[in-house]
Structures are given as structure tokens and as C-alpha cells.
Design a protein around this ligand. Structure first.
Ligand code: CUA
Length: 335
């Protein structure tokens, strides 16, 4: 009903309608009370104006009924706003399972995208429609903000940490991408396009690139060139923790704390390894700050994600006949 309004960008994601509905509700409540209060001020000013110099208003000693009305009604209204807003926020911050992963790096002044199959893009992101897409984002320098108005999604991209955002495009098209956080001279030029395509067109686009192999393979090459594999070995003989099956699991730290191995944990472990030391290990690992770019960090994260968690109980999976029937990857493990 509102899609023809030129004030609003196109609605091109599954979240757009929900965000707009909440937004219109807030606008309606604000407009109603603004008009009500302005109208009452004017009508009271006329009705209760002083007509003679001797006129003095009646003393007022308060009214419990009135106090209750103007407390309970606003409370009910803001609670509706809170619950509604929390539901939308919750839906926006939790990507559905099976989302397509894309890695994003913001830097002065461009957006770089890395797809799992190895395609790389600058200032243009190709995605399929009707499939959730989860962005894992890092910044090379200062704070940027990834903003696609047609999808009604925006998230800051902050140096020193990994942030995420998800959307599901519903209509093929080209949608404006903006940087929504002032990041220097050419901030206003840090724009791009999200190109949403029919799944078949997207597959065709995917097969057109990626000569270098997958993102996880790029991460694995980086892992080896930084000599991470001398300590993080797939057996338990290394000086560092085994990384196979690590991602998403709970890890016990030397200080007794338990931490979920997510993107931020892995990033921190590469950049500041001494902050969180895994139980049973010495803080031997040097920092890789300055030695690996943010894009490289995202490749390493993609590589570690590709190592697991393994599906199903591992010992059973290794000995089952059904597993042996599958063509095994060369040597079982690729490193
Ligand atoms: Cu990047 Cu503004």
C-alpha cells in the first residue's frame, strides 16, 4: 500500500515489510499525540483565557483518575513498541540456518567482497534472490557502515572485530549500497550495488569466475604461508590447539572461562593470541597484527570454519561403511 510513496526506497527484502510496519506505527503514534497535544493547547488557550483582571482560576488538588490514565496508556503504548521492536531486532540479528556466506571488508574507500567459491568483487555484490545471505564483515582501517536501504539493513563495520548482517532479497534487481558512517574524505563515494539475481543466473555468474579456488583454500594457503600449521596440527602433537571441528564449539580457557569459538574469537586469537589462552596450552603464539590483512583474517576464518564442526559423532563417522563408500578426499585430510 505504501510502495508507491516516493519517500520510501523499494522494498526488496523479507525484512523490509516488517521494518516499515513498525516504522509506520511509530510515525502514527507520534503524529496522533503531536496533533492531540497541539490541538488541546490551542483549544485550552481559547477556552480558559482570562477575561477580567479579577479572574483567578480554581485551585487544583490533583486527580488520581487522571494520573492513572496518563500513566497507564503511555506505558501500554511504549510496551507495544518495545515488544514489537525487540521481535524485529531479534529476527534481524539471527540469520536463518543455511544462509549463503559472504565475507566483506570495508576500507577507505571501497567495499570488498569474497565469496566462498573464491570470487572476489569490489563495490558490487552478487547474490541470489529468495535465499538468506549472511555477511561476515571486518574493517581494514576505520568504522564504516554497510547500508542497503532497499533491504532495510544496516550494520557498522568496526576495526578490531567482526560483525555480521543478513538479508534475503525477494526481487531481482540492482540495489544501492552505501557507507553510512563518516569515514573520511571520500566517505560519500564509498557506494556500490547489491545485484540480486534469479538462482539460475546466480549460478551462471558464479561459474564465470574463481580461477584461484575457494575462499577456504585461500585461507589454507595463507595458514601454511604464515606457518600456522607447524603448531596447529590436525593431531594432538602440536604446540597449539587442534583447529579441526573447532568452529562453533565451546572452548575451555586457561582461566576456567568457557567461550564459544565464533568469528570474533578466531579473529582475536590471530591478532591478540595472549588475551584468551586455551586451557592446557602455553601462551607461545606470536601476534599476527600487521602480518595479515583483514581480508586475510576473513580467509583464515573461512578456512577454520571449513574444518568443522564435523557432522555427527566423529569416531562413528570415521568407521561407518557408508562413509567409506564415498570417494574419500585425497589422503582423507587435505593438509
Ligand atoms: Cu566508509 Cu563512510
Amino acid at each position: 500500500m505504501w510502495s508507491d510513496l516516493p519517500l520510501f526506497p523499494q522494498r526488496a527484502s523479507t525484512m523490509a515489510g516488517r521494518v516499515d510496519a513498525l516504522y509506520f506505527f511509530l510515525i502514527a503514534v507520534s503524529a496522533f499525540f503531536s496533533l492531540l497535544i497541539a490541538g488541546l493547547i490551542i483549544s485550552f488557550a481559547i477556552r480558559f483565557r482570562r477575561r477580567h483582571d479579577s479572574e483567578v482560576g480554581a485551585p487544583i488538588h490533583g486527580s488520581m483518575a487522571l494520573e492513572l490514565v496518563w500513566t497507564v496508556i503511555p506505558l501500554a503504548i511504549v510496551l507495544v513498541m518495545f515488544v514489537w521492536g525487540a521481535r524485529v531486532f531479534y529476527a534481524m540479528s539471527r540469520p536463518p540456518a543455511g544462509a549463503l556466506e559472504v565475507y566483506v571488508t570495508g576500507k577507505q574507500w571501497m567495499w570488498k567482497f569474497q565469496h566462498l567459491d573464491g570470487q572476489r568483487e569490489i563495490n558490487e555484490l552478487h547474490v541470489p534472490v529468495r535465499r538468506p545471505v549472511r555477511l561476515t564483515m571486518g574493517s581494514e582501517d576505520v568504522i564504516h557502515s554497510f547500508f542497503v536501504p532497499a533491504f532495510r539493513v544496516k550494520a557498522d563495520v568496526v576495526p578490531g572485530r567482526v560483525t555480521t548482517l543478513w538479508f534475503e532479497a525477494i526481487a531481482p534487481g540492482r540495489y544501492h549500497l552505501f557507507c553510512a558512517e563518516y569515514c573520511g574524505t571520500k566517505h560519500s563515494g564509498m557506494t556500490g550495488w547489491v545485484v540480486a539475481m534469479e538462482p539460475s543466473d546466480y549460478q551462471a555468474w558464479l561459474s564465470g569466475g574463481a580461477a584461484e579456488g575457494s575462499l577456504a583454500a585461500a585461507g589454507e594457503r595463507l595458514f601454511q604461508s604464515l606457518a600456522c600449521n607447524t603448531c596447529h596440527r590436525p593431531d594432538t602433537q602440536g604446540r597449539g590447539p587442534v583447529l579441526d571441528g573447532l568452529f562453533g564449539k565451546q572452548v575451555l580457557m586457561a582461566n576456567g572461562q568457557t567461550i564459544v569459538a565464533d568469528e570474533n574469537y578466531i579473529r582475536e586469537s590471530i591478532m591478540q593470541p595472549s588475551v584468551k589462552v586455551v586451557g592446557g596450552f602455553q601462551p607461545l603464539m606470536p601476534t599476527f597484527q600487521g602480518l595479515v590483512t583483514e581480508e586475510g583474517v576473513l580467509q583464515l576464518i573461512a578456512y577454520i570454519k571449513s574444518l568443522g564442526p564435523t557432522k555427527g559423532p566423529e569416531p562413528a563417522g570415521r568407521t561407518e561403511g557408508s562413509d567409506a563408500a564415498k570417494p574419500p578426499p585425497a589422503g582423507g585430510r587435505t593438509r
